[in-house]
Design a protein around this ligand. Structure first.
Ligand SMILES: CC(C)(COP(=O)(O)OP(=O)(O)OC[C@H]1O[C@@H](n2cnc3c(N)ncnc32)[C@H](O)[C@@H]1OP(=O)(O)O)[C@@H](O)C(=O)NCCC(=O)NCCS
Length: 210
């Protein structure tokens, strides 16, 4: 992992800034902060692009090549408008451009605790340590707000690359289930699609130290 900043800013990921431009960490030229309503457009664009590149085969081509950007924009505009205390979004920016984001929900599951709902890094910026840092900041916020909580996420069964990434970060595969289609519209999926749950009973294992 390219942790080019040997002394990252002490993280305060557990203290919501609701998108004020306050850095909670730095990784070379990449700055991490809490997301706000104004981030909906860039987050939606990155999310749609990431789905187009990585979810083809699971999501229907008609959806990916059609209204996915519009659908994601409506989704993120609504999601970032209200940020309840049990949800938080962290974005990564370089020179003012969004290069990654993570969105999490506390207390989502009675067994596995907090839920990392979205983690995406721009294809131009992968393998630079941004995903690892987003996971570490997520873990830090979870630990700060719910000290005894675990952390888990779902990943598409076909998304082997992301599974390897989670396994390399100590994630344990603990479940498999059918994927709910985006927006509840079954035509947006290619048939029956499955997802895998990865869990970190102790999110402290995801923290970056030093
Ligand atoms: C999965 C994903 C979030 C990982 O993000 P990322 O920023 O590429 O992750 P990192 O750079 O922190 O780590 C990826 C690998 O690059 C390596 N790496 C990091 N910096 C590096 C560098 N400078 N040079 C070479 N390798 C490097 C890491 O060690 C890691 O390898 P490992 O898993 O074998 O340890 C990203 O690939 C992504 O957005 N994928 C598409 C969307 C997706 O599938 N999201 C998950 C949905 S569940």
């Amino acid at each position: 992992m390219a942790d080019r900043d040997p002394q990252p800013t002490p993280a305060t990921a557990g203290q919501p800034s609701h998108g004020e431009h306050v850095a909670i960490a730095r990784n070379g030229g990449v700055q991490f902060r809490r997301a706000g309503t104004h981030d909906a457009g860039p987050v939606a664009a990155l999310h749609a692009d990431s789905w187009r590149r990585n979810y083809r085969g699971a999501y229907a081509d008609t959806f990916l090549d059609g209204d996915v950007v519009t659908e994601r924009l409506a989704f993120w505009t609504a999601r970032l408008r209200e940020q309840p205390a049990d949800r938080f979004a962290i974005v990564a920016e370089e020179a003012g451009s969004l290069v990654g984001f993570a969105y999490s929900i506390l207390d989502e599951n009675p067994t596995w605790g907090a839920y990392l709902d979205n983690l995406h890094v721009a294809h131009t910026h992968q393998r630079q340590g941004i995903g690892t840092r987003l996971m570490a900041l997520t873990a830090e916020a979870v630990i700060e707000q719910r000290p005894s909580s675990g952390l888990s996420l779902w990943v598409l069964e076909q998304n082997v690359r992301a599974q390897r990434f989670y396994e390399a970060r100590g994630g344990r595969r603990v479940g498999r289930d059918r994927l709910h289609p985006p927006g509840g519209d079954p035509s947006r999926l290619r048939g029956e699609v499955y997802k895998l749950r990865y869990a970190w009973p102790d999110p402290a294992t995801l923290l970056i130290t030093g």
